[in-house]
Design a protein around this ligand. Structure first.
Ligand SMILES: C[S@@+](CC[C@H](N)C(=O)[O-])C[C@H]1O[C@@H](n2cnc3c(N)ncnc32)[C@H](O)[C@@H]1O
Length: 272
């Protein structure tokens, strides 16, 4: 592991966090790179979490190539390896490592990808430099980052507003930048990327059907009281009682048939 000062990962690795990561596929979280995915590519997925996007890339798209997932938490790397072996996908490898110091020679990969990682780390500009370094000339760097300020929901409640404001304080206190989506181009520019080779788009997530609301709402109801977010929130002055009320507000939102929650991600493709 590198000696670079790390941000604290706001969500931690409670089941309520990892469960949300395990729902992810290329189609629901990385559709903007589908036009670039070909069977024989060598791909790196930086900050791959439990690896469901990584495994989907290997089993559905880079079927004659190879996908490597790199993740900071060794515990989550084990979970990703278990998923790969359960799904009998063999053209994928997982290893522990740091996005700030990628353990690969220059020009190793055709595609270097990250999903919802730069918002959580101490130095997204350094990570983007590393992602470009390990990508072959002619390859692409692809990143998709959520943007907290774009989160909108209905019905509103004082507790959910309080939760959102608290989240921003906790995540920034941990060293991350939750409004990363809108900053992707600026981070790339600071990393020395040639802006004429950047293509941007914005991708949404929407949770509105009963199943979607139950999934998203229950994850947040649990994260607020049980994940590392609860510890960070306590450090920022939130009481257990307040956190319980926010958690209840999420359950109420999930049960409301008018419920809506949408959010934007910034997406960037860089042609190396
Ligand atoms: C929101 S999750 C996204 C996981 C995965 N990309 C996905 O979308 O399912 C962020 C992941 O980045 C990892 N992470 C945080 N800091 C990192 C670093 N410095 N290097 C590599 N991974 C890191 C976290 O451990 C976590 O698994």
């Amino acid at each position: 592991m590198s000696s670079i000062k790390q941000a604290t990962y706001t969500h931690g690795y409670h089941d309520s966090s990892v469960r949300l990561h395990e729902w992810r596929t290329v189609a629901n979280s990385a559709a903007y790179i589908i036009p670039y995915l070909k069977p024989d590519l060598k791909i790196l997925d930086v900050g791959c979490g439990p690896g469901t996007i990584t495994i989907d890339m290997a089993s559905t798209y880079a079927t004659q190539g190879h996908v490597t997932g790199l993740e900071y938490s060794a515990e989550v790397v084990e979970r990703a390896r278990k998923h790969a072996s359960e799904s009998e996908v063999s053209n994928v490898t997982f290893l522990a490592g740091d996005a700030h110091a990628l353990p690969f020679p220059d020009g190793t990969f055709d595609i270097t990808h990250a999903h919802q990682v730069l918002v959580h780390i101490a130095d997204p500009v350094l990570a983007l430099k590393e992602m470009r370094r390990v990508t072959k000339p002619g390859g692409i760097v692809a990143s998709r980052e959520s943007d907290w300020g774009s989160f909108v929901w209905y019905p509103e409640s004082p507790e959910m507003t309080q939760w959102s404001e608290l989240y921003l304080r906790v995540a920034r206190g941990n060293g991350g930048e939750p409004d990363g989506g809108r900053r992707l181009k600026a981070w790339a520019h600071r990393a020395g990327y040639d802006t004429s080779k950047i293509t941007c788009s914005a991708g949404t997530w929407l949770f509105s059907t009963p199943e979607e609301r139950a999934f998203w709402g229950n994850i947040w109801a649990e994260r607020i009281t049980k994940s590392d977010f609860a510890k960070g929130a306590a450090m920022h002055g939130a009481t257990e009682e307040e956190l319980k009320r926010m958690s209840e507000a999420w359950k109420k939102w999930a049960a409301d048939e008018d419920g809506w929650f949408s959010l934007l991600h910034g997406e960037m493709i860089y042609r190396v």
